[in-house]
Design a binder for this molecule. Structure first.
Ligand code: SF4
Length: 419
């Protein structure tokens, strides 16, 4: 039927119709094309970032070589308000607030991540993720552990919520303590890598669980551990026959890309198949330095994914989230998940609405490449698992038909032969 119809049009008609369709399609993304002009990105801001890096290096009396050294970045994490106010303009009220919050919740920011913050703008999405806000103390409904992780730990360092995969938590250290962190209860007062005995017990548990084929190494941030220590853990997992793949969860490509060195990549390359999921939340975080890091990982054959968290005031905007996903693909990172924020104590001022999440997804499917479309996920309470949410595209279905809505809102009733 369809073929017969097409034959009724002349070549000129077909060409004119194709042009009209192109105009219609361009119209569909005209709002985004206008909005994106004012969305800041790490690449656009490179000059400002370099200037701030220089100020920070001058303050520490350090060199460019120091900056590139991740140990220097870790040692010089800014975690007291007096140092911070030398590097980022703060009002007296903000100083008081940071002081009050730090009595309850630990904070620290790497010099690199600090260099991405816009001075004088408390709504800078990078700053909101790194600098404490008084709203952390005004949270009346968040829970310490909404995922009930403490009830899903059958062995030391292990979190297990699914049948064929599990998490091994190897440290509570991070290059930065993100203000929205879902594991902030584990951050504690001091950096604490898991003791060898506990890691050995966790590995033993995995060895005795033949159904576990996928192990996620996380924390804290596992890439704050030494190459040698990580090499040992990965080798132990390689030696377990039923462990088919390993994954690392690390925010260092965002918060301390200097951690990704050729030496680290040469070590990781020995442990394929290996995947790394990171956590960019805003296009401002996608910088030339993060590209250097993700480029090294990609050249070592590590598949990279991004797990963004949907956060009010940071990325709960369809245009910002689409731009983030486009920027990620430019640096070899495949958008993988958008997690709805969890109601963790001290972070509920970041909670978006589910409606906002669905609107973001509605503005991705069809409007951009499938590669730039992650899954939008709500974690069910009590560790009951990841639950994907989608706008509704299936209107109804019967034994021999489906009624669907396309990304443009066109409705079709398709019977068997048309599917
Ligand atoms: S890097 Fe990850 S684990 Fe560490 S504070 Fe940030 S979100 Fe939490």
């Amino acid at each position: 039927m369809y073929g017969t119809k097409v034959l009724q049009y002349s070549d000129n008609d077909k060409s004119r119709m194709a042009q009209e369709r192109v105009e219609e399609l361009k119209q569909r993304i005209s709002g985004y094309l206008e909005a994106v002009k004012s969305i800041p990105t790490g690449f656009k801001l490179e000059k400002e970032y370099q200037d701030r890096k220089k100020q920070i290096l001058d303050y520490f009396g350090a060199t460019d070589e120091d900056w590139q050294d991740w140990h220097w970045q870790m040692r010089n994490r800014v975690s007291d308000v007096n140092t911070l106010r030398q590097l980022l303009p703060l009002t007296d009220e903000e100083v008081d607030h940071i002081d009050s919050v730090s009595k309850k919740f630990r904070w620290a920011v790497s010099p690199y991540y600090l260099s991405l913050m816009e001075p004088g703008n408390p709504k800078c999405p990078v700053r909101m993720q790194g600098i404490p806000s008084i709203r952390e103390l005004q949270d009346s409904w968040g829970k310490e552990d909404p995922m009930a992780e403490e009830f899903t730990s059958p062995a030391p360092c292990i979190t297990r919520r699914y049948a064929d995969r599990l998490i091994i938590n190897v440290t509570n250290q991070c290059a930065m303590f993100c203000r929205h962190c879902q594991r902030r209860r584990n951050i504690g007062e001091v950096d604490k890598p898991a003791p060898l005995e506990e890691i050995k017990a966790a590995i033993e548990y995995i060895r005795k669980s033949p159904e576990v084929r996928d192990v996620l190494i996380t924390g804290g941030d596992p890439l704050t551990l030494s190459d040698k220590w990580l090499d040992w853990i990965l080798t132990e997992l390689d030696n377990i026959e039923h462990v088919e793949i390993k994954r690392i969860g690390s925010r260092t490509p965002v918060t301390m890309p200097q951690r990704i060195t050729p030496e680290l990549c040469a070590m990781l390359e020995k442990h394929h198949p290996l995947y790394l999921n990171t956590h960019f939340n805003h296009p401002k975080e996608v910088t030339r330095e993060s590209l250097r890091a993700t480029g090294l990982l990609a050249r070592a054959g590590i598949q990279l994914g991004n797990q963004a968290v949907l956060l009010k005031g940071i990325n709960n905007d369809p245009h910002v989230m689409k731009k983030l996903n486009h920027e990620l693909l430019k640096i070899h990172v495949r958008p993988y998940y958008i997690f709805h924020a969890k109601p963790v104590k001290g972070t509920t001022h970041f909670m978006p609405t589910v409606q906002e999440g669905l609107e973001i997804m509605e503005n991705l499917r069809g409007y951009t490449s499938g590669l730039a479309i992650p899954w939008y996920i709500i974690n069910a309470p009590g560790g009951a698992g990841k639950t994907p949410l989608l706008p509704q595209y299936l209107i109804s279905m019967g034994k021999d038909y489906v009624m669907i809505r396309t990304w443009e809102g066109k409705v079709f009733r398709c019977v068997n032969g048309e599917l």
